[in-house]
Design a protein around this ligand. Structure first.
Ligand code: SAM
Length: 285
C-alpha cells in the first residue's frame, strides 16, 4: 500500500461507521447529517488530532466503546454548524427595535422585557440584540429591564458567547462601524464587547431536544437557522413547546429567513411588520 493510500484510508469511513456517527449525532442533538459523509469526515479529522487518535476508523471504534465521554462530546460539538454574523439578515433587528419592543412596552407598561435567543452560536446574535436595544432604548437598558438568555448546545459556543471576544474578520461581518467603536474595546488584534453589553446576556448550555430547565417565560424568542437541521417532527415539537411553555401571551417568535412554522397553524399566526415576517401565539393575539 502506498503512503497516499494509507493516508486516504485513515481519513475515510465505511458506510457503517458513517451511519454510527450520523445516529449518534441525531440521537444527542437532533442534527441530521444524512448524505453528508464528506462533512462528517472533515469535521472528525481535527477531533482525531486533538485526541491523538491515528485514524477516523479508530475514532469511531472508540466511540462505539462508549467509555470516552470527552471524545463523544467533542465529536458532537464538531458536528454543529456555527455559521453566524452580527446583525445577520439585518431586518429582524430593526423590526425588534422599531415594532416589537414598542408594542411590548405599551402592553406591559414599560417592561421588563425577557428575550430568549436559542442557538446563539458564538454570541453575535445576542450581542446584536443587546446593541440595538442599548442604542434605541437606553433608559430601559440602564434600568436593567432587558434580559437576554442566550443558549446553545455547543460548550465551545457558549464559552465564546460568555467571553465575547471577536477577530477583526468577525467584526467586519455585519457590525456597523459606529457600533464597533461604541460597544467594543480593541485589545491587541481582538475586539471585546464592553461590560455593559455582556452584562445584559446570560449565556448557558441548552440542548433544544432536552427539557428546558431555567428558561423563563419570554416576550421574544429568537431561534434562527437551527431548525433547518432537524426533522419536521423535531421542529414541530420545539415550536409547540415554545408556544405553550415559553412565549408569554402576545409574545413574538423570530425564525430564520428561510424558515416558517407553516405546519404549526394551531399555535402561531403571522404578523407582518414591514417586509418582515414574525409570529405571535394565537392565544395571545
Ligand atoms: C447556524 S448556527 C445559527 C446561529 C444564529 N442563530 C444565527 O442565525 O446566526 C446553528 C447553531 O445551532 C446550534 N445547535 C445545533 N443543534 C442544537 C440543539 N440540539 N440544541 C441547541 N442548539 C443547537 C449549533 O451549535 C449552532 O451554534
Amino acid at each position: 500500500m502506498t503512503a497516499t493510500q494509507a493516508e486516504q484510508d485513515a481519513t475515510e469511513l465505511s458506510v457503517d461507521d458513517l451511519q454510527y456517527v450520523e445516529d449518534l449525532v441525531r440521537n444527542k442533538i437532533a442534527v441530521q447529517l444524512t448524505g453528508k459523509g464528506y462533512l462528517i469526515e472533515s469535521r472528525l479529522a481535527p477531533v482525531a488530532r486533538l485526541h491523538k487518535i491515528g485514524s477516523l476508523q479508530d475514532v469511531v471504534r472508540q466511540l462505539k466503546l462508549r467509555s470516552n465521554r470527552q471524545l463523544e462530546a467533542d465529536v458532537i460539538d464538531a458536528m454543529t454548524t456555527n455559521e453566524t454574523s452580527f446583525f445577520r439578515d439585518r431586518h429582524p433587528f430593526d423590526v425588534l427595535a422599531e415594532n416589537v419592543i414598542p408594542r411590548l412596552l405599551e402592553a406591559n407598561a414599560g417592561g421588563p422585557i425577557q428575550i430568549w435567543n436559542a442557538a446563539c452560536s458564538s454570541g453575535q446574535e445576542p450581542l446584536s440584540i443587546a446593541m440595538i436595544l442599548s442604542d434605541k432604548f437606553p433608559q430601559l437598558v440602564a434600568a436593567r429591564k432587558v434580559r437576554i438568555l442566550a443558549t446553545d448546545v455547543s460548550p465551545a459556543m457558549v464559552d465564546r458567547t460568555k467571553r465575547a471576544v471577536y477577530s477583526r474578520f468577525e467584526i467586519n461581518r455585519g457590525l456597523p462601524a459606529d457600533y464597533a467603536t461604541r460597544f467594543f474595546q480593541q485589545q491587541g488584534r481582538d475586539w471585546v464587547a464592553r461590560k455593559e453589553l455582556s452584562e445584559m446576556i446570560d449565556a448557558r448550555l441548552l440542548n433544544l431536544i432536552e427539557p428546558w430547565q431555567g428558561v423563563a417565560r419570554a416576550d421574544v424568542v429568537m431561534v434562527r437557522n437551527v431548525l433547518i437541521y432537524f426533522s419536521p417532527q423535531v421542529k414541530r415539537d420545539i415550536l409547540h413547546r415554545i408556544a405553550t411553555q415559553v412565549l408569554k401571551p402576545g409574545g413574538f417568535l423570530f425564525l430564520g429567513a428561510s424558515e416558517s412554522p407553516a405546519e404549526m397553524d394551531n399555535d402561531y399566526q403571522l404578523v407582518t411588520a414591514g417586509a418582515s415576517r414574525l409570529y405571535t401565539t394565537k392565544n395571545g393575539a
